[in-house]
Design a protein around this ligand. Structure first.
Ligand SMILES: [Zn+2]
Length: 234
């Protein structure tokens, strides 16, 4: 490859990058696959001093075009030059424009990344606080509801305790909000004789309500109610 300023008329570094792009050479700074060796070898062959000299003679358009190349050729050149110079200053009084521009781009990218990170962190914190608030509100609502239900039960049972057996059974039969075991009545101990006080209508309703309970302790009262209902039909 011939890349001197006199033959091509353009900047040595600009020509090298253009050639590398045409040839699809890897120019990643820390490529773990190929180490960008093809490009590095070419830089070494041309000579790092010549490359650095040509950095200083790039015009702004050329610099921008190089910075748009895939990978980070300027990063590779800087990295390899400082390795070759072993920490000695490789630059003149001022760094070349392209190096300053690259630093500015990296800085801006880093800043944008940090801002995104900060933004994500803030959103996450906000969501977390919102979730906690929602959970606390739900808990309070549940507690409030339980409190209200408790108070309601006290009132209902107070009224219930003043009723006779017939009316008690009617209340239980017609309460579609609460199951029969909501009431402190030992309904399963009621005798056939006692059941005769309820109307057929209440007996049917009561049987329906009792069918919602699974426990076998309700079996005998169900049988008794069935018997009462059958007896009325006869
Ligand atoms: Zn590579």
């Amino acid at each position: 490859m011939r890349l001197d300023k006199t033959s091509s008329g353009s900047n040595l570094l600009a020509s090298l990058i253009k050639h590398a792009e045409n040839e699809k050479w890897c120019m990643k700074l820390f490529c773990t696959t190929c180490g960008a060796m093809r490009f590095r070898d070419e830089v070494k062959k041309i000579g790092i001093e010549s490359i650095i000299d040509s950095m200083y003679s790039l015009d702004e358009d050329e610099a921008d075009e190089i910075l748009e190349a895939t990978g980070d050729p300027i990063g590779i050149i800087e990295h390899d030059a400082s390795f070759q110079y072993q920490g000695k200053n490789i630059w003149r009084a001022e760094k070349p424009l392209i190096v300053l521009k690259r630093q500015a781009i990296l800085q801006a990218k880093l800043q944008a990344k940090n801002e995104r990170k900060e933004h994500n962190l803030q959103s996450e914190t906000k969501r977390k606080v919102e979730r906690q608030e929602k959970r606390a509100l739900e808990k309070k609502r549940r507690l409030d509801y339980r409190q209200i239900a408790k108070q309601q039960r006290v009132q209902i049972l107070e009224a219930f305790s003043g009723l006779n057996l017939q009316n008690k059974l009617q209340v239980i039969a017609e309460d579609t909000q609460h199951l029969p075991n909501y009431y402190p009545l030992q309904i399963e101990c009621i005798t056939m004789e006692e059941l005769k006080v309820v109307s057929s209508e209440v007996a049917v309703k009561l049987l329906t309500r009792l069918s919602l309970l699974n426990s076998s302790r309700w079996d005998s009262i169900r049988q008794e109610l069935n018997a009462v209902i059958r007896e009325r039909l006869d």
